[in-house]
Design a protein around this ligand. Structure first.
Ligand code: NAD
Length: 301
């Protein structure tokens, strides 16, 4: 079969840098107008290596664009009540604009209770049901950071989504489900015809082969193989999986949901892992925090 072989890389490093520069410029403008810098708080529970890395990267990015940030650490023995207290005190602290609680949490803590206790006005991860409900109705809200980052990536690269068939694999509340909503909304990017696939979908390959835009958010290394992809498709890999690798210093390496080497030659665009969506998630988070600081999303009338 003839292959495209001239695919373009959706370079998260370059695209996120461009957005971060715009954000930094806006922070300067806020400060020049006598306002304080946006302030993001993060809560980190336990000592999960991946979570440590994600939170450190979020804090570093805050610094780079001129945001204030604060990190609250708790041991994995923390009680749910203690965490809820901390969330409530941050909710009531007018010097903090955005709050995220890094997932996963220990099993004795209800993710739903934590998510719903964060004030929707500070919910810069976009996980609160009020924000997700507003997203569905195309109303002002904080979009979940990863799907938001992907939309910004598509917008930056001028990729047409209207009228295209978009297949999303994965239906989590934080990636797959909101991704399918955003791609189908009457907006630009958006206006795609969307199929949402999941672990109970049958004949997945037959569906994915009809995708103009294929978004994989599964968490299974190299799950999407070249026979599942249409010639010329746009492929976006959300997966971040740590694979043991004794040849690296850390003892592991990061891979995605897509068999990049074999899929890329068939694509018009493809995002790499690492260096793709992960960096855009941080942009989504920073943009939400900036919007929070500017009071752009109102929850009371
Ligand atoms: P999840 O485990 O909550 O959801 C996985 C989804 O994959 C489920 O909806 C399930 O139905 C689907 N699935 C599983 N096996 C399948 C199969 N055989 N066929 C079809 N569908 C199947 O995961 P999540 O939180 O959405 O994360 C998915 C991946 O994305 C993970 O690797 C995660 O680390 C990564 N992630 C990356 C970012 C980022 O910034 N790049 C952000 C969040 C999550």
């Amino acid at each position: 079969m003839e292959t495209t072989s001239t695919f373009r890389l959706l370079d998260g490093k370059a695209i996120s840098a461009a957005y971060r520069q715009d954000i930094a410029r806006e922070v300067e403008q806020l400060r020049a107008a006598g306002k304080r810098a946006p302030h993001l708080s993060a809560i980190l529970v336990g000592a999960n290596g991946a979570s440590e890395t994600y939170v450190a990267s979020k804090i570093k990015n805050c610094k780079e664009v001129g945001f204030e940030s604060s990190l609250f650490r708790f041991p994995d023995t923390v009680t749910e009540a203690e965490l809820l207290d901390k969330i409530n005190s941050i909710n009531n602290d007018s010097s903090i604009d955005g709050l995220l609680v890094q997932l996963p949490l220990p099993k004795h803590i209800s993710v739903q209770r934590i998510t719903e206790t964060i004030s929707p006005e500070k919910d810069v991860d976009g996980f609160h049901p009020l924000n997700q409900g507003r997203m569905v109705q195309n109303l002002p809200c904080y979009l979940p950071a990863t799907p938001y980052g992907i939309m910004l990536m598509l917008e930056h690269e001028g990729i047409t989504t209207a009228g295209k068939h978009c297949v999303v694999i994965g239906r989590s509340n934080i990636v797959g489900m909101p991704m399918s909503i955003l791609m189908s909304r009457n907006a630009d990017p958006g206006n795609a015809t969307v199929t949402l696939c999941h672990s109970r979908s049958t004949d997945l390959s037959a569906i994915t082969r009809t995708a103009d835009i294929l978004i994989a958010a599964i968490g299974k290394p190299r799950f999407v193989t070249s026979d599942m992809v249409k010639e010329g498709a746009v492929v976006i890999d959300v997966g971040i999986i740590r694979i043991e690798d004794s040849s690296t210093k850390s003892g592991y390496r990061i891979t995605g949901d897509v068999d990049f080497e074999n899929v890329a030659p068939k694509c018009s665009y493809i995002s790499p892992v690492p260096g793709g969506v992960g960096l855009m998630t941080i942009v989504g988070l920073l943009k939400n925090t900036l919007r929070a600081a500017k009071g752009e999303v109102k929850f009371s009338f």
